[in-house]
Design a binder for this molecule. Structure first.
Ligand SMILES: [Zn+2]
Length: 255
């Protein structure tokens, strides 16, 4: 079977696709390649309530995906887990294997060459992001094994996994400038496999991010990025760790 998408990005909430991988998605669309986004929650009921009317965040997400030229998208049936990580119907409250099974079905249907999600700290440390990292890693491996979840479609082995991360040097600059505390998660610069210059697609990424108007309205951290210089510093480069996927060509090695 041939791949159906050059990449699948797996995210936690509406706005994460634009904030963390908007440049990469726009670059792929500009090159004529098919992309897919799976978002695991509808972003609602964080901490027991929603800042916007029901359905608002899903509509904003749909518009952002159009701006980024995303070919195929899906939203899993979970709510935002909030800071406590335990809201009703939330991603973190769901059985882990249930989330993995949803993602296995998506990977087998979408057949991506590469899968993109967050680093082990969930980039930002949000519990939903950490959950998405763990479930996606488990799903990539399980999706490649025909014996597992046979009703979820024919096995598919993605070739590569890319994990969004923040290099330590960038985290230190942001902390020194007062934009975030000093103890946020980061990755030593020498472990970052790819730092993608997405400035050619920065305007598209910004238009997509602004589709999430309810996040700006509630004063989420994205609101800081209205300053063009800060925007280029914060969004102009996307950083990724790399892991071979189960479909990668293996070079045998001594153990
Ligand atoms: Zn998020």
């Amino acid at each position: 079977m041939e791949p159906r998408h050059s990449l699948l990005t797996v995210h936690a909430h509406p706005d994460d696709e634009s904030l963390w991988t908007g440049g990469l998605l726009a670059r792929e669309a500009a090159a004529g390649r098919a992309t897919a986004v799976v978002t695991c929650t509808d972003g609602e009921l964080a901490d027991g309530s929603s800042a916007a009317a029901r359905g608002t965040r899903t509509k904003e997400w749909t518009r952002a995906l159009q701006v980024l030229g995303v070919t195929t998208s899906a939203m899993l049936p979970y709510r935002d887990s909030g800071r406590a990580g335990s809201g009703p119907g939330s991603l973190c409250a769901a059985p882990f294997d249930e989330v993995v099974a949803h993602l296995v079905a998506q990977i087998r249907t979408l057949r991506p060459t590469s899968v993109v999600t967050y680093d082990p700290a969930g980039v930002s440390g949000h519990l939903d992001h950490i959950r998405v990292h763990r479930a996606t890693l488990a799903a990539i491996e399980a999706a490649a094994v025909p014996f597992l979840l046979p009703d979820a479609g024919p096995a598919w082995a993605a070739s590569a996994l890319w994990l969004v991360t923040v290099p330590t040097s960038l985290a230190q600059r942001a902390a020194a400038a007062g934009f975030q505390p000093e103890n946020v998660p980061s990755t030593p610069d020498e472990r970052v496999a790819a730092s993608l210059d997405v400035r050619p697609w920065l305007d598209t990424k910004w238009v997509a991010l602004q589709c999430h108007a309810s996040e700006f309205a509630r004063g989420a951290s994205v609101s800081l990025l209205t300053d063009p210089a800060l925007r280029e510093a914060g969004l102009g480069t996307e950083h990724y760790l790399h892991r071979p996927g189960p479909g990668a060509t293996v070079t045998r090695q001594a153990l």
